[in-house]
Design a protein around this ligand. Structure first.
Ligand code: ZN
Length: 340
Protein backbone atom coordinates (compact mmCIF):
# COMPACT_ATOMS: atom_id res chain seq x y z
CA UNK A 1 0.00 0.00 0.00
CA UNK A 2 1.20 3.52 -0.87
CA UNK A 3 4.22 2.40 -2.86
CA UNK A 4 6.46 5.44 -3.30
CA UNK A 5 8.14 6.42 -6.53
CA UNK A 6 9.61 9.48 -8.25
CA UNK A 7 8.58 11.25 -11.45
CA UNK A 8 11.96 10.52 -12.98
CA UNK A 9 14.94 12.81 -13.06
CA UNK A 10 17.32 13.62 -10.21
CA UNK A 11 20.17 16.17 -10.14
CA UNK A 12 23.45 15.23 -11.75
CA UNK A 13 26.36 15.29 -9.27
CA UNK A 14 28.74 18.17 -9.95
CA UNK A 15 31.49 15.75 -11.03
CA UNK A 16 29.18 14.36 -13.76
CA UNK A 17 27.72 17.52 -15.24
CA UNK A 18 27.23 21.19 -14.60
CA UNK A 19 24.79 21.26 -11.63
CA UNK A 20 21.41 22.96 -11.27
CA UNK A 21 20.74 23.42 -14.94
CA UNK A 22 18.33 21.72 -17.32
CA UNK A 23 20.69 21.34 -20.30
CA UNK A 24 24.01 20.63 -18.53
CA UNK A 25 27.40 20.12 -20.14
CA UNK A 26 29.01 16.79 -19.30
CA UNK A 27 32.26 17.04 -17.33
CA UNK A 28 33.99 14.16 -19.13
CA UNK A 29 33.73 12.21 -22.38
CA UNK A 30 34.06 8.74 -23.89
CA UNK A 31 34.53 5.82 -21.52
CA UNK A 32 35.17 8.15 -18.58
CA UNK A 33 31.74 9.70 -19.11
CA UNK A 34 30.00 6.32 -19.25
CA UNK A 35 31.76 5.33 -16.03
CA UNK A 36 30.73 8.59 -14.36
CA UNK A 37 27.09 8.16 -15.41
CA UNK A 38 27.04 4.63 -14.01
CA UNK A 39 28.52 5.83 -10.73
CA UNK A 40 25.96 8.64 -10.47
CA UNK A 41 23.12 6.20 -11.07
CA UNK A 42 24.43 4.01 -8.23
CA UNK A 43 24.57 7.00 -5.86
CA UNK A 44 20.93 7.82 -6.59
CA UNK A 45 19.78 4.21 -6.34
CA UNK A 46 21.27 4.10 -2.86
CA UNK A 47 19.71 7.46 -1.93
CA UNK A 48 16.29 6.30 -3.14
CA UNK A 49 16.50 2.99 -1.31
CA UNK A 50 17.71 4.64 1.91
CA UNK A 51 14.84 7.12 1.69
CA UNK A 52 12.32 4.29 1.45
CA UNK A 53 11.39 4.83 -2.20
CA UNK A 54 9.79 1.58 -3.41
CA UNK A 55 9.87 1.93 -7.19
CA UNK A 56 13.28 3.30 -8.13
CA UNK A 57 15.01 4.50 -11.28
CA UNK A 58 18.35 5.74 -12.60
CA UNK A 59 17.41 9.37 -11.96
CA UNK A 60 18.03 9.94 -15.69
CA UNK A 61 21.76 10.22 -15.02
CA UNK A 62 22.58 8.87 -18.47
CA UNK A 63 20.84 11.59 -20.47
CA UNK A 64 21.28 15.33 -20.80
CA UNK A 65 17.58 16.01 -21.13
CA UNK A 66 14.53 13.78 -20.90
CA UNK A 67 13.54 14.22 -24.54
CA UNK A 68 16.86 14.65 -26.31
CA UNK A 69 18.38 11.72 -24.42
CA UNK A 70 16.07 9.52 -26.47
CA UNK A 71 16.29 11.48 -29.72
CA UNK A 72 20.09 11.39 -29.81
CA UNK A 73 20.00 7.79 -31.01
CA UNK A 74 17.20 8.18 -33.52
CA UNK A 75 17.86 8.44 -37.26
CA UNK A 76 15.97 10.85 -39.52
CA UNK A 77 16.90 13.86 -37.39
CA UNK A 78 19.27 16.61 -38.53
CA UNK A 79 20.99 17.92 -35.38
CA UNK A 80 22.81 20.66 -37.30
CA UNK A 81 19.58 22.05 -38.70
CA UNK A 82 18.38 23.96 -35.67
CA UNK A 83 14.94 25.50 -35.87
CA UNK A 84 13.77 28.03 -33.24
CA UNK A 85 10.57 26.68 -31.75
CA UNK A 86 8.12 28.08 -29.22
CA UNK A 87 7.90 25.05 -26.97
CA UNK A 88 4.69 24.22 -25.02
CA UNK A 89 2.61 26.66 -27.06
CA UNK A 90 5.27 29.41 -27.01
CA UNK A 91 6.06 29.25 -23.30
CA UNK A 92 9.76 29.42 -24.14
CA UNK A 93 11.82 29.30 -27.31
CA UNK A 94 14.55 26.74 -27.90
CA UNK A 95 16.66 26.01 -31.00
CA UNK A 96 15.60 22.43 -31.63
CA UNK A 97 16.87 19.81 -34.09
CA UNK A 98 14.75 19.06 -37.15
CA UNK A 99 13.15 15.86 -38.44
CA UNK A 100 14.17 15.66 -42.09
CA UNK A 101 13.42 11.99 -42.91
CA UNK A 102 11.49 8.95 -41.69
CA UNK A 103 12.49 8.40 -38.05
CA UNK A 104 14.05 5.07 -37.03
CA UNK A 105 16.04 3.63 -34.16
CA UNK A 106 19.71 3.10 -34.96
CA UNK A 107 19.75 0.48 -32.19
CA UNK A 108 18.74 0.18 -28.53
CA UNK A 109 18.68 3.63 -26.91
CA UNK A 110 18.58 3.07 -23.15
CA UNK A 111 19.82 -0.52 -23.05
CA UNK A 112 22.96 0.25 -21.01
CA UNK A 113 21.16 2.52 -18.53
CA UNK A 114 18.41 -0.01 -17.85
CA UNK A 115 20.72 -3.04 -17.57
CA UNK A 116 23.04 -1.21 -15.19
CA UNK A 117 20.15 -0.12 -12.97
CA UNK A 118 18.48 -3.54 -13.04
CA UNK A 119 21.75 -5.20 -12.03
CA UNK A 120 22.05 -3.02 -8.93
CA UNK A 121 18.65 -3.02 -7.28
CA UNK A 122 16.12 -5.60 -6.13
CA UNK A 123 13.43 -2.96 -5.90
CA UNK A 124 10.79 -2.54 -8.55
CA UNK A 125 12.29 -0.43 -11.29
CA UNK A 126 10.77 2.35 -13.33
CA UNK A 127 12.09 3.62 -16.62
CA UNK A 128 10.96 6.91 -18.14
CA UNK A 129 10.64 7.72 -21.82
CA UNK A 130 9.40 10.92 -23.45
CA UNK A 131 5.82 10.68 -24.69
CA UNK A 132 5.10 10.98 -28.42
CA UNK A 133 3.24 14.29 -28.14
CA UNK A 134 5.95 15.88 -26.01
CA UNK A 135 8.65 14.67 -28.43
CA UNK A 136 6.76 16.37 -31.26
CA UNK A 137 6.62 19.55 -29.22
CA UNK A 138 10.38 19.47 -28.68
CA UNK A 139 11.59 18.87 -32.25
CA UNK A 140 10.83 20.63 -35.54
CA UNK A 141 9.03 18.77 -38.32
CA UNK A 142 10.25 19.14 -41.92
CA UNK A 143 9.22 15.67 -43.09
CA UNK A 144 5.80 14.47 -41.91
CA UNK A 145 2.50 15.92 -43.15
CA UNK A 146 1.39 16.85 -39.67
CA UNK A 147 2.09 16.41 -35.97
CA UNK A 148 -0.19 13.39 -35.36
CA UNK A 149 1.55 11.50 -38.17
CA UNK A 150 4.97 12.29 -36.72
CA UNK A 151 3.74 11.34 -33.24
CA UNK A 152 2.64 7.91 -34.48
CA UNK A 153 6.04 7.37 -36.12
CA UNK A 154 7.80 8.16 -32.83
CA UNK A 155 5.29 6.04 -30.89
CA UNK A 156 6.32 2.99 -32.94
CA UNK A 157 9.97 3.59 -32.02
CA UNK A 158 9.06 4.08 -28.37
CA UNK A 159 7.20 0.79 -28.50
CA UNK A 160 10.26 -1.05 -29.85
CA UNK A 161 12.35 0.49 -27.09
CA UNK A 162 9.75 -0.23 -24.39
CA UNK A 163 9.58 -3.90 -25.35
CA UNK A 164 13.35 -4.20 -24.96
CA UNK A 165 13.23 -2.41 -21.59
CA UNK A 166 10.53 -4.81 -20.44
CA UNK A 167 12.73 -7.75 -21.47
CA UNK A 168 15.60 -6.30 -19.38
CA UNK A 169 13.33 -6.43 -16.33
CA UNK A 170 11.85 -2.96 -16.07
CA UNK A 171 8.63 -3.12 -14.02
CA UNK A 172 7.09 0.24 -14.89
CA UNK A 173 7.52 2.14 -18.14
CA UNK A 174 6.46 5.75 -17.83
CA UNK A 175 5.89 8.17 -20.68
CA UNK A 176 6.40 11.82 -19.82
CA UNK A 177 3.76 14.01 -21.43
CA UNK A 178 3.96 17.56 -20.02
CA UNK A 179 2.53 18.65 -23.39
CA UNK A 180 -0.77 16.96 -22.42
CA UNK A 181 -1.52 19.89 -20.11
CA UNK A 182 -1.04 22.36 -22.95
CA UNK A 183 -2.70 20.78 -25.99
CA UNK A 184 -5.73 19.31 -24.28
CA UNK A 185 -7.80 18.97 -27.50
CA UNK A 186 -4.96 17.15 -29.27
CA UNK A 187 -4.74 14.73 -26.33
CA UNK A 188 -8.25 13.53 -27.07
CA UNK A 189 -7.84 13.60 -30.86
CA UNK A 190 -4.54 11.74 -31.15
CA UNK A 191 -2.37 12.01 -28.01
CA UNK A 192 -3.84 8.99 -26.25
CA UNK A 193 -3.92 7.00 -29.50
CA UNK A 194 -0.18 7.65 -29.83
CA UNK A 195 0.38 6.47 -26.24
CA UNK A 196 -1.58 3.31 -27.00
CA UNK A 197 0.75 2.68 -29.94
CA UNK A 198 3.72 3.19 -27.60
CA UNK A 199 2.47 0.60 -25.06
CA UNK A 200 1.14 -1.89 -27.60
CA UNK A 201 1.90 -5.48 -26.55
CA UNK A 202 3.57 -4.57 -23.23
CA UNK A 203 2.88 -6.69 -20.16
CA UNK A 204 4.64 -4.49 -17.61
CA UNK A 205 2.93 -1.64 -15.80
CA UNK A 206 2.56 1.48 -17.92
CA UNK A 207 2.32 5.06 -16.75
CA UNK A 208 1.94 8.58 -18.03
CA UNK A 209 3.36 11.60 -16.22
CA UNK A 210 1.51 14.85 -16.82
CA UNK A 211 2.79 17.90 -15.04
CA UNK A 212 3.20 21.63 -15.05
CA UNK A 213 6.91 21.27 -15.72
CA UNK A 214 10.21 21.64 -13.94
CA UNK A 215 10.62 24.50 -11.49
CA UNK A 216 12.30 26.71 -14.09
CA UNK A 217 11.44 30.39 -14.46
CA UNK A 218 9.51 30.02 -17.76
CA UNK A 219 7.21 27.48 -16.09
CA UNK A 220 6.81 29.54 -12.93
CA UNK A 221 5.81 32.54 -15.09
CA UNK A 222 3.39 30.39 -17.10
CA UNK A 223 1.74 29.07 -13.94
CA UNK A 224 1.09 32.70 -12.94
CA UNK A 225 -1.16 33.01 -16.01
CA UNK A 226 -3.24 29.93 -15.25
CA UNK A 227 -5.43 31.58 -12.63
CA UNK A 228 -6.37 30.43 -9.15
CA UNK A 229 -7.57 27.01 -10.22
CA UNK A 230 -5.67 24.83 -12.67
CA UNK A 231 -8.33 22.78 -14.41
CA UNK A 232 -6.32 21.42 -17.40
CA UNK A 233 -6.53 17.91 -15.98
CA UNK A 234 -10.30 18.08 -16.02
CA UNK A 235 -10.30 18.21 -19.82
CA UNK A 236 -8.10 15.16 -20.32
CA UNK A 237 -8.70 12.89 -17.31
CA UNK A 238 -11.99 11.36 -18.54
CA UNK A 239 -10.25 10.24 -21.76
CA UNK A 240 -7.20 9.05 -19.80
CA UNK A 241 -9.43 7.14 -17.44
CA UNK A 242 -10.80 5.25 -20.46
CA UNK A 243 -7.28 4.59 -21.80
CA UNK A 244 -5.22 1.42 -21.42
CA UNK A 245 -2.48 3.20 -19.40
CA UNK A 246 -2.27 1.78 -15.85
CA UNK A 247 -0.96 4.76 -13.88
CA UNK A 248 -1.37 8.52 -14.17
CA UNK A 249 0.98 10.93 -12.41
CA UNK A 250 -0.08 14.43 -11.49
CA UNK A 251 0.84 17.44 -9.36
CA UNK A 252 -0.75 17.78 -5.95
CA UNK A 253 1.90 19.43 -3.78
CA UNK A 254 1.47 23.21 -3.52
CA UNK A 255 -0.31 23.26 -6.86
CA UNK A 256 -3.50 25.02 -7.81
CA UNK A 257 -5.02 21.82 -9.13
CA UNK A 258 -8.41 21.28 -7.45
CA UNK A 259 -7.82 17.91 -5.84
CA UNK A 260 -11.29 16.62 -6.59
CA UNK A 261 -10.17 16.34 -10.24
CA UNK A 262 -8.19 13.21 -9.41
CA UNK A 263 -11.54 11.62 -8.61
CA UNK A 264 -12.00 11.50 -12.40
CA UNK A 265 -9.36 8.73 -12.54
CA UNK A 266 -11.53 6.02 -11.05
CA UNK A 267 -9.96 3.17 -13.02
CA UNK A 268 -6.33 4.20 -12.60
CA UNK A 269 -3.53 3.96 -10.14
CA UNK A 270 -2.67 7.56 -9.30
CA UNK A 271 0.86 8.83 -8.71
CA UNK A 272 0.15 11.66 -6.32
CA UNK A 273 2.76 14.43 -6.52
CA UNK A 274 3.47 15.17 -2.86
CA UNK A 275 6.81 16.94 -3.37
CA UNK A 276 6.99 20.41 -4.90
CA UNK A 277 9.91 20.54 -7.33
CA UNK A 278 9.57 24.30 -7.89
CA UNK A 279 10.61 25.09 -4.32
CA UNK A 280 14.00 24.49 -2.68
CA UNK A 281 12.33 24.16 0.70
CA UNK A 282 12.36 20.54 1.86
CA UNK A 283 8.89 19.39 2.86
CA UNK A 284 8.37 18.01 6.34
CA UNK A 285 7.24 14.36 6.41
CA UNK A 286 4.02 15.61 8.03
CA UNK A 287 3.34 17.94 5.11
CA UNK A 288 3.88 15.08 2.64
CA UNK A 289 1.55 12.90 4.72
CA UNK A 290 -1.05 15.63 4.62
CA UNK A 291 -0.95 15.82 0.80
CA UNK A 292 -1.32 12.03 0.60
CA UNK A 293 -4.26 12.09 3.01
CA UNK A 294 -5.99 14.81 0.99
CA UNK A 295 -5.61 12.75 -2.21
CA UNK A 296 -7.03 9.71 -0.41
CA UNK A 297 -10.29 11.58 -0.07
CA UNK A 298 -10.72 11.01 -3.82
CA UNK A 299 -8.62 7.91 -4.55
CA UNK A 300 -8.66 4.66 -2.56
CA UNK A 301 -5.41 4.11 -0.70
CA UNK A 302 -4.65 0.97 -2.69
CA UNK A 303 -4.55 3.08 -5.87
CA UNK A 304 -2.30 5.85 -4.49
CA UNK A 305 1.44 5.98 -5.22
CA UNK A 306 3.08 8.93 -3.44
CA UNK A 307 5.44 10.61 -5.89
CA UNK A 308 7.18 13.90 -6.74
CA UNK A 309 5.30 16.54 -8.74
CA UNK A 310 7.86 16.35 -11.53
CA UNK A 311 11.53 15.59 -12.09
CA UNK A 312 14.12 17.10 -9.73
CA UNK A 313 16.97 17.49 -12.27
CA UNK A 314 17.43 21.26 -11.91
CA UNK A 315 17.48 21.21 -8.10
CA UNK A 316 20.46 21.32 -5.77
CA UNK A 317 21.61 17.78 -5.06
CA UNK A 318 21.23 17.86 -1.28
CA UNK A 319 17.78 19.47 -1.58
CA UNK A 320 16.68 16.65 -3.88
CA UNK A 321 18.07 14.04 -1.48
CA UNK A 322 16.18 15.74 1.37
CA UNK A 323 12.97 15.71 -0.61
CA UNK A 324 13.39 11.98 -1.33
CA UNK A 325 13.67 11.34 2.42
CA UNK A 326 10.60 13.48 3.11
CA UNK A 327 8.61 11.53 0.52
CA UNK A 328 9.54 8.18 2.02
CA UNK A 329 8.93 9.37 5.58
CA UNK A 330 5.60 11.01 4.73
CA UNK A 331 4.30 7.85 3.08
CA UNK A 332 5.41 5.85 6.13
CA UNK A 333 3.34 8.08 8.42
CA UNK A 334 0.16 7.43 6.40
CA UNK A 335 0.91 3.72 6.03
CA UNK A 336 1.24 3.43 9.80
CA UNK A 337 -2.06 5.23 10.25
CA UNK A 338 -3.77 2.85 7.85
CA UNK A 339 -2.23 -0.15 9.62
CA UNK A 340 -3.12 1.35 13.03
ZN1 ZN B 1 7.08 16.61 -15.11
Amino acid sequence: MLETTIAGSLPKPSWLAEPETLWPEWKSEGDALIEAKKDAALVWLKEQEDAGIDIVGDGEQFRTHFVHGFLEKIGGIDWDLKTPMGIRNDRYTVDVPTVTGAVHRKGPVHDLDARHTRAHTDHKMKFTLPGPMTICDTIANAHYDNRPEMAMAFAKLLNEEAKELEAIGVDVIQFDEPAFNVFTEDVKEWGIAALHQAIDGLNCTTAVHICYGYGIQANIDWKETLGDEWRQYEEIFPALNDSRIDQVSLECADSHVPLELIGLLKNKQVMVGAIDVASTEIESPEKVADTIRKAMAYVDADRVLPCTNCGMAPLNRSVAAGKLKALGAGARIVRNELAG
